[in-house]
Design a protein around this ligand. Structure first.
Ligand SMILES: [Zn+2]
Length: 216
């Protein structure tokens, strides 16, 4: 049996997430799958060395985009498309919690959810701060655009689907992180975040629509 494959040219550039971000992701994945489940996915994905060597909690750029994306591919192959995508989304939500804990020292928004400012302002500060984290601490390229009733989060370079081909948008991990971030910022509201274009389907960026109003 062959494991999951990516479609990367031999001369494709190599891009990275910081170790701290990757560590938060693997902790989030472990919350969803359990330790044995994560190790099974890592083995299936061909990332055997990560079973024994999880990324350390530092800001070095030590975790390749292809490692993150091949885990997403592995989840869909092991659990089926629906199951894998659901797990990716849940892992994203859990990842946000660990990321928030680990990054609060460098971003200074730990109290944002509690501040007595309008929710629209909180969303703006939160979205801009989250985008800046990816831009500062990884090679992912995020451009945030604001419109009257929504934001568009553009991953112009995206780790989640790096080298993947898909017939539908597949960056569910990113959707989960954004949903949980908005849930936290808003004091427990839910937002309908949707990826409507994806590099894995041939688009030039992965684009996520973030409404300014919560569901209901
Ligand atoms: Zn993507």
């Amino acid at each position: 049996m062959t494991g999951p494959l990516l479609y990367l040219k031999p001369d494709a550039p190599v891009y990275y997430y910081s170790n701290r971000m990757a560590r938060a992701y693997l902790m989030g994945l472990e919350e969803v799958l359990g330790k044995n489940g994560v190790n099974a996915v890592l083995n299936f994905a061909g990332l055997r060395e990560r079973v024994a060597h999880r990324p350390p909690n530092d800001l070095d750029l030590g975790f390749e985009f292809r490692e993150l994306s091949i885990i997403q591919e592995a989840l869909e192959e092991m659990y089926g498309r629906r199951g894998g995508r659901g797990l990716a989304m849940r892992a994203g939500r859990a990842t946000f919690k660990y990321g928030l804990q680990d990054f609060e020292g460098v971003i200074g928004i730990a109290d944002l959810a509690l501040r007595l400012i309008p929710i629209g302002m909180k969303l703006k500060i939160g979205a801009e701060t989250f985008a800046s984290i990816f831009n500062r601490f990884s090679d992912q390229v995020v451009v945030l655009e604001e419109f009257e009733d929504h934001y568009i989060w553009n991953n112009e370079r995206c780790a989640v689907c790096w080298g993947r081909h898909s017939d539908e948008p597949c960056c569910d991990l990113a959707v989960g992180i954004l949903k949980e971030g908005l849930h936290w910022i808003s004091g427990g509201r839910d937002f309908r975040v949707e990826e409507f274009e994806c590099i894995a389907t041939g688009a030039d960026a992965c684009r996520f629509r973030i409404p300014k109003r919560p569901i209901g």
